[in-house]
Design a protein around this ligand. Structure first.
Ligand code: DOR
Length: 452
């Protein structure tokens, strides 16, 4: 593991100083800069929230110096799929704690999912999420529901929500099962610049009553299954509806080989479809459910080794556009139940980058540049977050992630900033560790420590 040193030309320790956003210049020293234009070595100077200079061996002025020796300096990561649980389930997570977990994971922006209580289906609730997010250490963009109360029937006031800045519309946690409702929602978004319909693709009629992937393991364990076809029939249908309406479709947490194939074919014929994969879906198989540990219960469920191979192929060849966490906190008392009764979901923000490096980059499936495209600039483009995932150069917004791709670390439950602890990765040794995160020029994480 690399030496983590903090040097400061003015005071000996800024860690407890709660620096005001962009109040003092920053100097990121000696890293390898990786963005959508490629890789180069250089120091990065930041003033007033913007990168002002890049070069080798620049002189340090009166600024806070962050050591980036042996590290990659990339645009901040962007998560298209974060459950922040506020309002309504603050025992599981709050916007503040979720944003802290995000910053520690190298994210500078997350899209908050709308399956809160109440659901994010009107301007007042979305406005309050945005206001709380603005005070946190990660930019919080809000999604909003496609249908009122995520009930799948009546459309939410999408125009009004779009005026507030919402670009991703989804009933995530539930699938919009009615094809007519979905068609209308898609048709509506074609009048809203940048709007995307993001589908939780699991046909409720096929998935209902199932708790894990339907296959050999579910038969052996006697746990009712959710078939792969529950995902692919909805993906196939929605691709046809996107073709019909001209709308943009985003497939959330794509988990099956059959869905990857459908998305690849749809892209080849010009349908405006994008897709994301969650780290747990490219890391774990349904065999984990043999432990009956509800930490392995997610929707859509963990699939087979063949599905993982297809997801990796899709991540490699551009069929899949983003790696998104589906960070889904649940309090211990909810998860500490029999497999069939526990709610689905696991944490993701603090392990996403390291799982990507450990599972995809280190074994040679993806280059580091491809991994960062999937974690930063491609999701930023899908969500229309213009201040994130940018090329690092003069006048670019200083939303950055500095990480050591060669550092190994063990996931420690006590080091999770989330209010919940539901991750099966505790105790695992992973490769790739976030050192610093910079948001709007403010070092919100320094040497792995959140600054507020
Ligand atoms: O596993 C999941 N948990 N999948 C979802 O789509 C929803 C999420 C949650 O909100 O807990």
């Amino acid at each position: 593991m690399s030496d983590t040193r903090l040097s400061d030309t003015r005071s000996s320790d800024m860690r407890s100083a709660h620096p005001a956003r962009a109040s003092r210049g920053l100097f990121i020293a000696g890293g390898e800069i990786v963005d959508s234009t490629g890789t180069r070595r250089g120091d990065v100077r930041i003033t007033d929230g913007e990168v002002v200079e890049i070069g080798s061996d620049l002189d340090v002025a009166d600024e806070l110096v962050l050591d980036a020796g042996g590290c990659v300096v990339s645009p901040g990561l962007v998560d298209l799929h974060t459950h922040l649980r506020e309002p309504g389930d603050e025992l599981a997570e709050t916007i503040e704690t979720g944003a802290r977990a995000a910053a520690l994971g190298g994210f500078t922006a997350v899209v908050a999912m709308p399956n809160t209580r109440p659901a994010l289906d009107d301007a007042t609730v979305v406005g309050s999420v945005l206001a709380r997010g603005a005070r946190s250490i990660c930019d919080v963009a809000s999604s909003a529901t496609i249908t009122k109360e995520r009930a799948g029937r009546e459309l939410s006031p999408m125009g009004e929500l779009h005026d507030l800045g919402v670009r991703i519309f989804t009933d995530d946690g539930s699938c919009v099962a009615d094809a007519g409702v979905m068609r209308n929602a898609m048709a509506y978004t074609t009048a809203l610049p940048g709007a995307v319909i993001a589908q939780h693709a699991e046909d409720p009629a096929l998935a209902r009553g199932g708790h894990m992937h339907e296959g050999d393991w579910s038969s052996r364990l006697g746990i009712p299954g959710r078939p792969a076809a529950a995902e692919s029939v909805i993906v196939a249908r929605d691709i046809e509806l996107a073709r019909l309406t001209g709308a943009r479709l985003h497939v959330l947490h794509c988990s099956t080989a059959s869905a990857v194939k459908l998305i690849r074919e749809a892209k080849a014929t010009g349908v405006a479809v994008t897709a994301e994969v969650a780290p747990h879906h490219f890391t774990l198989t349904d065999a984990e459910c043999a432990t009956f540990d509800p930490l392995f219960k997610v929707h859509p469920p963990l699939r087979t080794a063949e599905d993982i191979s297809a997801l990796i192929e899709g991540l490699f060849d551009g069929t899949i556009d983003a790696i998104a966490t589906d960070h889904a906190p649940h309090p211990a008392e909810a998860k500490d139940q029999p497999f069939e009764e526990a709610p689905p979901g696991m944490l993701g923000l603090q392990t996403a980058l390291a799982l990507t490096i450990t599972q995809l980059v280190e074994p040679g499936h993806l280059s580091l540049e491809q991994a960062l495209a999937l974690l930063s600039w491609q999701p930023a483009a899908i969500a229309g977050l213009e201040e994130h995932g940018t090329v690092i150069g003069p006048a670019s917004p200083a939303n950055l992630c500095v990480f050591d791709p060669t550092a190994t670390w063990e996931v420690d439950s006590d080091a999770l900033a989330s209010r919940s602890r539901n991750t099966p990765f505790v105790g695992r040794t992973l490769l790739g560790r976030v050192r610093h995160t910079v948001l709007g020029g403010e070092p919100v994480v320094i040497d792995g420590v959140a600054q507020r």
